[in-house]
Structures are given as C-alpha cells and as structure tokens.
Design a protein. Structure first.
Length: 178
C-alpha cells in the first residue's frame, strides 16, 4: 500500500483543523462552559422577526493554518533548495489566502432577528439566533439569559404571569398562574 505524500496529509489535517473552528451557533447548542450555569428567565411575545446574514469571522486562524500548510506543501516542489524555497513562499501565500476564505465561509450563515415584547411592559428588545424551533410572531417565549441569550417556546398551558393579557386572537388554554 502506498502512502499519500506528506504535503497532502498535512493539507487534510489543516482543512480538518479549520473546519473544527466553525461556530456552533444553533439555539440548542451549548458550550461546555454553559453546562450547569444558572440562567435568568423572562417571558415575552414575539412581535416581529426578520432574516439576517451572519458575517464570517476573520480571526487569522484560517490564514495561519493555510499559510503553514501551503508553505510546507510548496516546499516539497522543485529540485534544488532555491526552487523549493520559492515554491514554499508561494504556497504559504496561496495557503494563507485560501485559509482566510475557508474560515470566512465556515463561520458565516443565516439567522433570525426576533423582536420580543416583554411581559409586564418595558422596552422591546431583539435576540438574534437560529430558528430551528420554527418560532413565529405572536408566540410566547421564555427568554433565557445565560451563557448567551436564547429563546424557547412556552408550552401551551405553561407559565403565565399575573395580569398577562395575550395579544388579540391568542388564547392561552390551561395556563398556570403563579
């Protein structure tokens, strides 16, 4: 069995390492640091929502990883030390550019900006997150202020604060008042 050239193996390791830098920004994903953290919860109603684009990050990790991988791969090309050095420098430049583009690509995406009207008054506020729960305007949500702010659907019959009046046309059957 023939092994792949070291440059190819290094490029694969670099690509996998860069993919590991991709954010896990889903509403249902927690970081290890977020486990066991207490979060304050407030309730409100979604009064508006709009799609938003999440810009890709440029931390320099992609450029550094791509530059190192490209330099190492490039340095294997050519016959004498001058050719290998030039190919290594060229590979580093190309790799850094490619790494920047890959980092930006894996860290960008789409999300939704939700406008929330809190129960009991107070100013409306917005939360940007993914919408894998399929939340819609008019729905009651629990707003969790923990490792980051998250919206979660309030189950029918879930908590309703004293004095809460649902928006016109929205009934809260079997609501429990505390």
């Amino acid at each position: 069995m023939r092994l792949p050239p070291p440059g190819l193996a290094l490029a694969l390791v670099a690509a996998l390492g860069l993919a590991a830098c991709a954010p896990t920004a889903a509403n249902t994903t927690y970081t290890a640091a977020g486990i066991g953290q207490a979060a304050q919860v407030r309730y409100g109603t979604i009064v508006g929502m709009r799609p938003v684009q999440i810009a890709g990050s440029q931390t320099g990790i992609g450029a550094a990883t791509g530059g190192v991988a490209g330099g190492l791969i490039g340095s294997t090309i050519g016959g004498d030390w001058r050719a290998r050095t030039l190919a290594g420098v060229g590979g580093a430049l190309l790799g850094a550019g490619a790494g920047t583009l890959v980092e930006r690509g894996v860290t960008q995406g789409q999300a939704v900006e939700f406008t929330i009207r809190p129960d009991g008054g107070g100013p409306d506020f917005t939360v940007v997150q993914t919408n894998e729960l399929g939340l819609q305007p008019g729905e009651r949500v629990a707003v969790s202020f923990g490792d980051r702010v998250r919206l979660n659907r309030v189950a029918p019959g879930g908590y309703v604060p004293p004095g809460y009046v649902p928006p016109a046309g929205h009934m809260v059957p079997g609501a429990v008042r505390y």
